[in-house]
Design a protein around this ligand. Sequence first.
Ligand code: DGT
Ligand code: CA
Ligand code: CA
Length: 573
Amino acid sequence: MRNKEVSEKFYELAEIAELAGENPFKVKAYLEAARVIENLTVPIEDLAASGKLEEVKGVGKSIAQKIKQYLTSGRIDKLEELKKQVPETLLQMEKIPGLGAKRVKVLYEKLDIRTIDDLKRAAEEGKIREIEGFGEKTEKNILEGIGMMRDKKSDRVSIGIALPLAEKIVESLRNHSPVEKILVCGSIRRMKDTIGDIDILVTSNKPDKVMDYFASLDVVKEVIAKGDTKTSIVTFENLQVDLRTVEPDSFGAAIQYFTGSKQHNVRLREIAIKKNLKLNEYGLFDLDTNRKVAGITEESIYEKLGLQWIPPEMREDTGEVELAMDGKLPRIVTIDDIKGDLHVHTNYSDGSDSIEGIARKAMKMRYEYVVLADHAKALGIAGGLSMEKYKKEKDEVDTLNKLLKPFKIFLGTELNILANGEVDFKQEELSFFDLCLAGIHTGMSQDREQITQRIVKALGNEYVKIIVHPTGRIIGGRDEYSVDIDAIFAEAKKYNKGFEINASFERLDLNEVNSRKATESYGLKIEIGTDAHSIASMDNMRYGVGVARRAWLTKKDVINAKTLKEFERYLKS
Ligand code: DGT
Ligand code: CA
Ligand code: CA
């Protein structure tokens, strides 16, 4: 049921519409719709599917259209349009305890308060209490609210939050400031699963212009430091972003240095010393003459150190330097090697998109196949399917496959590993599916022995081929459940079963350590699946591939790097 989610969108729409100065009747209508949807007792997606939205009180033609758009595409055009009209700083202000859209709008109109800094100053100067309807108490609350917002300690965030943000900043700088070269370095370039801060390097002949523009970006909550070569800001997500300008003839050395990791860089400097060279962020220098021997490109630095160029994802000093010295780096898997997504949810269960939409997206991503893996019946809250529903789904798959050839849709299922290690369906029913994935969705607080035994039992089921999100962690949400990973890997080896790197950026599970262990120590195969519940989330594949690359996986370790032919053979095995 997606009522809550849709309702929240309409609350957001109402707030933004108010800030944007939309007609008050419209604002009221959005608010009313949000409340009605929140209190509906039937799933709104069912009403939409049966064309009954407009029968709901408070839902007229235009609101119904917006609901439908949101349910199918995950966005509301009107909302996106309004967002462009309202400065991001106002939207953020509105989240301060004690302030709502109405008040933010008044502050903006009466005192020209546009940012949290403006607000703080006005409150400190006692200007806010003078506005009608505000008073001294409100002013005090606002100051406290700002304090609370700023004190919120920023933890590491998922790469799925940090990377798109970094890309947005890079695009703005590219389009609106005089940058020449620009690259995101640090842990993002290494595709680490969580990110502490964002490091961006640029070259420019007008660095001060670039710095000014950077500090004025609408993602900026606070400028921490602003200098000639480095500016640091904090975004509204509480993420720090460091922007550095470097000289063009040091760019290679600088991106090498600021990509890290620190441990990898330490190793490189040791190698440099042995060769009577010195490596720093400005270049590689001959110790006797102080002459620069490399620095413009990163490749030249590795080359002069006698190393193969090392992919950023491998730069953690876990053996990559030795291999690069011997010219023996593995060819790690790339996003282009991926030929299909084996874990996608459709609107048959709790996904938001149709089979055809998913298939067309997969084709656009140049995949050769996709596996639909809707939830099975035991997961009621996610609209888990009965065998009858899967059969209906299969009919649609068969019809589409005729149309989309040679692209191929497979019908899979995401089974639940129940508390006793059994799954949702009987063995003879499981034979119906092209691919059975299985995962733990409930009973995660069982003890280590119990959880391990559950998975061991599921691995023994001849139809279960892959264990999905094997440790259950949610980044920033939930720790891994307690499980003996070596025991389940050893068991899986007996039957040649696979494990998933769940590419959804809140999960990234298996993580890099366990993925590397599975392949290196146990010779197991890995499936990288997005667990997408919408077409847009199928793009999360790149985060899963990031984990795989950090785990040194090659194409042959990855089940969905198989061509369609090879994959069909795998399904039959
Ligand atoms: P993060 O931000 O915690 O996710 O991780 P990184 O790796 O992005 O770390 P960060 O932002 O502190 O520094 C970026 C890179 O700069 C780091 O990977 C290597 C380089 N770096 C920073 N500080 C040092 C240092 O003291 N020594 C060396 N060798 N390199 C450093
Ligand atoms: Ca960083
Ligand atoms: Ca940094």
